[in-house]
Write a protein that binds this ligand. Structure first.
Ligand SMILES: [Zn+2]
Length: 594
C-alpha cells in the first residue's frame, strides 16, 4: 500500500449512513445508498423503499431478503449471475465491485498459490457448467482452504438446491454489507466496554486500577484484544502503554495520535481516561468495517499511567511517549517498598527501553484526546460536548503555620497565638481571592492540627494549597497576593507562616488549529454552530503530548452533577454516541497537509 498518494484517497469512498438517513431519503437516493448491498441489483432496494421506516439494519435486511424470495426465478438467477467468480477472471480484470474486492481479499483469495488458483479455476468451471451461474459464497470468516472445500461440496448439489443455497449466501453477504454500511449507535457499545473494564480492579469494592497491578495488566490485555479486533496493529511499549496503529496510508504519511489513560484513582469512576481509549476503538472498528481508509496513520494510545497513585509520580505513560520520562522515578517505591523498576521487570517490561519509546515529533500530525469533563459546566449548560481551550497550570504548596500551644481553659483569647485560627483566615483569603476571576480556582484540600487535642490551643497547623488558572499570569498574581495576605494575617496574629512550593506547572494552551477542527466537527455533528469552549482545570495526558505536537481536547458531558474520580461518575449512552460521531467526523476531515 506504500505507493498510494495520501491526498488522493477518498476517505468517504465507502460511506457510512445512519438508519435515520436511510429512512428519510427520497426513494432514488435510498436505492443508490444501498447499491452495494445486493450485487449490481437495484430492484431489491426499489421494492422495499415503500416499506420504510425500518427499525434496524436487520429489519431492513429481512425486508430485502423477502423481496428476493418473492421475485421470479429469472430475477433470482439474474441476481446470482450478477456476482463475480471467486478468484476468477473478473478479479484478474479488476472489475470487482469494491465490496466484492474487499471480501475476497479478506478471505485471502488475492494471495492464492498457483496450485490453489488452478484448483479454484477447475472447480469454478465445473460449477458454472453444471449450474449456469457463478459460485457465490459469503466469504467472511473463510480462508482459502475452506472456500475450496465449500466449492467441492456444493458442486455436487442438485440445480434447484444449489440455487437456494446461492440465494441464502447472497442474503448473508447482504447482511454483512448492511451491518458495515448502516451506522448504528456506538454509545451503548462504548458504555458496555467501560463496564467490562471496570470489573478488573485491584480491590473487590469498586474500581481501582493502579500501575502494573494484576488488574492493570489484565486491563491492558483486554484493551489489546479490542484493538486487535478493530483491525489495529498493536504493541505494548516499555512503560506498558498499549498502542494500536491503523496504517493504510503511505509509509511516509504522518501520524495523528489519540488516546488517554487506563489507570485510575482509588475507588474511581469508569470513564475518566478510559473513554478516550474506548471511543476511538469503537469508531475505528466501525470505519474499518465500512472500508474507510485514512490518508494518514492513526495511532490509539492507552496510556499506562497518569494518576500517580502507586508511585506518586504522574503521567508516566505520556512522558515516555513524549520522550520526557525522568529515569530517576524508576527508583521511587510504592507502599510495599517495591521500586517502579522492580514492578516493571515483574510485568515483563524493559525499563532500559523507555528512551526508545519516544515518538519522533517530525512524524506527528497532532494529538487529540477525548475525555469526560470531570466537572459540571457542560451539564449545567445542557451541552453534550465542549472544546478545551487550554489545560490549566497549577501551583501547589504545603503551608505550615506555627503559633503557640496553650491550655484551652487558662489562656485568655487576646493572648493567644492560635495556628488553626490563622489557617482559617488563610483558607478564606484564598477562597475570596480566587473567587473573583473567571478561570481561576483555589483549594485547600488538606488541613491538619498535628498532635491536636480537644483541650489544647493549636500550636501548629498544616494545610495544602492548590491554585489553578488557564492563564499563567493570572495564577502567578493570585499566588503572590495570597502569600502577601497570609503574611499580613501572620503578622497580626503573631504566628509564623512558611510556604513550601511542591509543584508549579505552566498552563498548556490547546492548538488553535485543533480547536477549530473540533469546532467544525461538533458543528457538523450537532447542527449547532455555537460551540462551548472551556478550560480544563484538571491535568491530562494531552498536556505532556502538547510538548511535542499540536494538541487538542474534546470534553464530553459528565452526568450526576459533574462528579468524577468517584464511583458515581456517569456518562450517558447518548452523549457517548454524539462524541463518537464528532470524533468520527474529526478523523474523516483531519487535514494531512499543515
Ligand atoms: Zn483522566
Amino acid at each position: 500500500m506504500s505507493d498510494i498518494d495520501p491526498h488522493r484517497i477518498d476517505r468517504r469512498s465507502a460511506r457510512v449512513i445512519s438508519l435515520q438517513q436511510l429512512n428519510s431519503l427520497p426513494p432514488s437516493q435510498f436505492v443508490a445508498s444501498l447499491a452495494g448491498v445486493f450485487e449490481r441489483t437495484p430492484w431489491v432496494a426499489e421494492r422495499v423503499a415503500a416499506a420504510r421506516p425500518f427499525r434496524s439494519h436487520l429489519h431492513l435486511h429481512q425486508a430485502m431478503c423477502a423481496a428476493v424470495e418473492q421475485a421470479g426465478i429469472d430475477e433470482q438467477l439474474a441476481l446470482i449471475r450478477a456476482h463475480p467468480e471467486l478468484s476468477g477472471r473478473t478479479r484478474m480484470r479488476g472489475e470487482l465491485t469494491p465490496e466484492s474486492a474487499r471480501e475476497q481479499q479478506g478471505a485471502g483469495l488475492a494471495a492464492c498459490t498457483p496450485e490453489e488458483f488452478t484448483r479454484l479455476q477447475q472447480l469454478n468451471a465445473a460449477y458454472t457448467q453444471r449450474f449456469g451461474f457463478p459460485f457465490v459464497l459469503a466469504v467472511k470468516g473463510h480462508n482459502r482452504a475452506s472456500v475450496i472445500a465449500a466449492l467441492e461440496r456444493r458442486v455436487g448439489n442438485t440445480v434447484e438446491h444449489e440455487r437456494a443455497v446461492a440465494l441464502r449466501e447472497i442474503g448473508r453477504i447482504a447482511e454483512f454489507r448492511l451491518a458495515e454500511l448502516v451506522d448504528e449507535p456506538l454509545g451503548p457499545r462504548i458504555l458496555a466496554m467501560a463496564e467490562e473494564l471496570a470489573r478488573l480492579s485491584d480491590r473487590a469494592d469498586g474500581l481501582t486500577c493502579s500501575y502494573l497491578t494484576p488488574a492493570h495488566r489484565a486491563t491492558a490485555a483486554l484493551l489489546r484484544e479490542w484493538m486487535v479486533d478493530a483491525g489495529l496493529e498493536v504493541e505494548v511499549d516499555a512503560v506498558g502503554n498499549v498502542i494500536g496503529r491503523w496504517r493504510d496510508a503511505a509509509a511516509s504519511a504522518r501520524t495523528l495520535v489519540t488516546g488517554s489513560h487506563y489507570d485510575t484513582v482509588i475507588d474511581a469512576g469508569k470513564f475518566d481516561g478510559r473513554l478516550g481509549v474506548l471511543l476511538p476503538i469503537a469508531v475505528v472498528a466501525r470505519l474499518r468495517g465500512a472500508g474507510v481508509r485514512l490518508p494518514y496513520t492513526l495511532t490509539i494510545v492507552a496510556f499506562a499511567e497518569e494518576e500517580g497513585v502507586r508511585f506518586k509520580s504522574t503521567f508516566l505513560g505520556s512522558r515516555a511517549l513524549a520522550g520526557r520520562f525522568d529515569p530517576a522515578v524508576l527508583d521511587s517505591v510504592d507502599a510495599d517498598g517495591i521500586t517502579m523498576r522492580q514492578a516493571m521487570v515483574a510485568a515483563g517490561l524493559d525499563p532500559a527501553a523507555i528512551p526508545k519509546a519516544g515518538l519522533d515529533p517530525r512524524t506527528l500530525l497532532g494529538f487529540a484526546e477525548v475525555h469526560i469533563e470531570q466537572g459540571p459546566v457542560l451539564l449545567n449548560e445542557a451541552v453534550p460536548l465542549g472544546i478545551v481551550t487550554s489545560i490549566a497550570g497549577s501551583t501547589r504548596c504545603f503551608v505550615s503555620i506555627t503559633g503557640l500551644a496553650g491550655h484551652a481553659g487558662t489562656v485568655p483569647m487576646h493572648l493567644r497565638h492560635d495556628a488553626a485560627a490563622a489557617a482559617a483566615e488563610v483558607v478564606l483569603a484564598i477562597e475570596k481571592r480566587c473567587g473573583d476571576t473567571p478561570g481561576l480556582v483555589g483549594t485547600v484540600g488538606q488541613l491538619q492540627v498535628p498532635m491536636g487535642a480537644v483541650n489544647v490551643i493549636p500550636g501548629r497547623c498544616e494545610l495544602s494549597v492548590d491554585i489553578r488558572a488557564d492563564n499563567d499570569a493570572v495564577r502567578d498574581a493570585a499566588f503572590a497576593s495570597v502569600v502577601a495576605e497570609s503574611a499580613r494575617i501572620a503578622a497580626r496574629r503573631q504566628v509564623e507562616i512558611q510556604w513550601r512550593k511542591v509543584l508549579e506547572v505552566a498552563c498548556v494552551p490547546c492548538a488553535p488549529k485543533m480547536q477549530q477542527l473540533w469546532a467544525d466537527s461538533i458543528g457538523r455533528t450537532t447542527g449547532n454552530a455555537e460551540v462551548r469552549r472551556l478550560p480544563s482545570g484538571a491535568g491530562h495526558d494531552a498536556m505532556v503530548m502538547g510538548q511535542i505536537t499540536a494538541m487538542g481536547m474534546l470534553f464530553v458531558r459528565c452526568g450526576n452533577g459533574g462528579i468524577s474520580h468517584h464511583p458515581s461518575e456517569t456518562l450517558s449512552a447518548e452523549d457517548a454516541d454524539v462524541a463518537a460521531h464528532a470524533f468520527q467526523d474529526f478523523l474523516l476531515n483531519f487535514p494531512v497537509s499543515p
